[in-house]
Design a protein around this ligand. Structure first.
Ligand code: FES
Length: 163
């Protein structure tokens, strides 16, 4: 089966486990969407390739653990994104305590993540769909149109995408 081909159940073949481990980071275009597949310390992750903040490729982002969550740091403005869930993380003061200590907070899911399944040494990916995720904006015209729609449904169309 060719890389990028769809199996009968709709999953995309993205490579053998061996190939993806050797490559460490692989970018594939699946149904017009650029997806970054990462192998890091024994785990695979698949996320939208372009950072939700301003569209920089995450391919060369550093990976670290923050509060036991594996995260990638965008090379451009250093935003932290959890790899398993796509949450945007930021460090701030915890005002529930006095004095307020610095800790990590979540902004919620900002980067779309995709599901990987292994079958007999081969990896298959299911593209996540549904709802609006900020990283959709950098995945072509459809994502931009969807953002306009999501913004018009917001209270007053407020855009907080730079948070
Ligand atoms: S483009 Fe990624 S943090 Fe700004």
């Amino acid at each position: 089966m060719e890389v990028g081909a769809q199996a009968s159940d709709g999953l995309y073949f993205v490579g053998t486990k061996e190939e993806l481990i050797a490559a460490k980071r692989t970018v594939l275009t699946l149904d017009g969407r650029d997806v970054l597949i990462i192998h890091h310390q024994g785990e695979f992750y698949a996320i939208d390739c372009y950072c939700y903040h301003a569209g920089t490729s995450l391919q060369n982002g550093d990976i670290e653990d923050i509060d036991s969550q594996r995260c990638i740091t965008c090379p451009k403005h250093k935003y932290k994104i959890s790899l398993p869930a796509g949450e945007g993380l930021y460090r701030g003061r915890d005002r529930s305590q006095d004095p307020p200590p610095l800790r990590w907070f979540s902004k919620g899911v900002k980067q779309r993540v995709h599901q990987l399944t292994e079958r007999q040494g081969a990896l298959f990916l299911r593209l996540s769909a549904g709802g609006w995720v900020e990283s959709d904006y950098y995945q072509g015209e459809k994502g931009r149109v969807e953002r306009e729609r999501a913004a018009s449904q917001d209270s007053g169309g407020k855009d907080d995408s730079t948070e």
